[in-house]
Design a protein around this ligand. Structure first.
Ligand code: NAP
Length: 303
């Protein structure tokens, strides 16, 4: 069965290359005829891994092609997910499976609703990849990917193909808890690195600010019936800050490159959820406000 990979960016290319070199059928779906022409010109996806670069001539097409899709990896940013799935919705056959790689929360549900005939599988990944050129991706950090459908313990057979491709993964029937935990870690670290203009490890200079945010995030997770995602959050946040001390957060990098952030699906989602539950989270709200002003001052979108 063909893996259709929509979005030949960092993570999409990383998945596509590993599936392709394991001998599995892969088809890239690019944004439009112009992007397809640019890909044809490049001739292949390039993966840089352990300082070695290799080229993989994976077939590509646009969403306008008519062939049915049974398995789709949606590998765009959260803010592009709805438009991206809409572009292939009529090609998804009943019972098709769509793996949603987006960070944060909210986009997966919205995208799945646009293709109700398909089954949405949510993913939460700690792998690291970035683009150092068009159709070139650098595999920057080994990681792990949780995949799952909330409340469904039966992992699909095709997970074996991920094994074959060397993609470290596991099935989780509590995938929402995984996504909430990652969202909480992100909310406690990433916006502060942008506002303090610092690396993750430099947040050790503002322990009270980080801990106060963690207090509210714990309350939020508990309020959202994600008590296990709330367990040990403070320690985990400090562990991540220590383990990634020299790194710039993904949000920091987006702002530094003057690119749109996924704020609306991270801190924005957290604040909206707190409001719905009528929770009092003044520090999260103040952080959201400061971050939005910071982005507006730089001409970046706040959604
Ligand atoms: P990225 O490098 O910006 O790639 C996104 C790709 O999606 C781009 O190639 C873009 O096309 C494509 N795209 C957007 N809309 C499309 C459409 N309608 N049709 C076809 N292609 C479309 O993003 P990323 O870093 O891979 O991130 C993807 C998601 O994974 C994000 O939610 C991110 O937070 C999450 N994530 C990323 C990493 C990582 O290390 N990169 C790690 C964990 C989680 P163009 O090239 O034409 O713009």
């Amino acid at each position: 069965m063909t893996w259709h990979v929509l979005g030949a960016g960092s993570l999409g290319s990383l998945w596509a290359v590993r599936l392709f070199r394991a001998g599995l059928p892969v088809q890239l779906i690019l944004r439009d005829a112009q992007r397809l022409a640019a890909y044809c010109q490049a001739g292949a996806l390039t993966l840089v891994e352990n300082q070695q670069e290799r080229h993989y001539p994976i077939p590509a097409q646009t969403a306008a092609e008519p062939q049915p899709i049974q398995r789709l990896l949606l590998a765009c940013k959260a803010y592009d997910a709805e438009q991206a799935i809409a572009s292939v919705a009529t090609r998804l056959i009943p019972g098709a499976q769509v793996v949603l790689l987006q960070n944060g929360l909210g986009s997966q549900q919205a995208a799945s609703a646009l293709a109700p005939q398909a089954q949405g599988i949510f993913a939460s990944s700690t792998e690291g990849a970035f683009r150092d050129g068009d159709f070139r991706v650098v595999f920057a950090g080994q990681g792990f990917t949780w995949l799952g459908i909330e409340g469904d313990s039966s992992a699909p057979q095709w997970l074996g193909e991920l094994e074959q491709a060397g993609i470290a993964h596991a099935w989780s029937e509590q995938i929402l808890g995984k996504l909430w935990r990652k969202l909480a870690l992100n909310c406690a670290i990433n916006p502060l690195t942008v506002l303090h203009d610092c690396r993750n490890g430099d947040l050790r200079a503002w322990p009270e600010e980080v801990n106060d945010l963690c207090d509210e995030l714990v309350m939020l997770l508990q309020g959202c019936n994600q008590a296990s995602a709330a367990e040990g959050l403070h320690d985990d946040v400090w562990r991540v800050i220590g383990a990634t001390a020299a790194n710039y957060s993904s949000m920091y990098q987006d702002v530094a490159r003057h690119q749109r952030t996924e704020i609306d699906y991270l801190l924005g989602y957290a604040c909206r959820s707190a409001a719905t539950l009528q929770l009092t989270t003044p520090r999260l709200l103040a952080l959201y406000e400061r971050l939005r002003s910071h982005l507006t001052e730089r001409g970046l979108p706040v959604t």
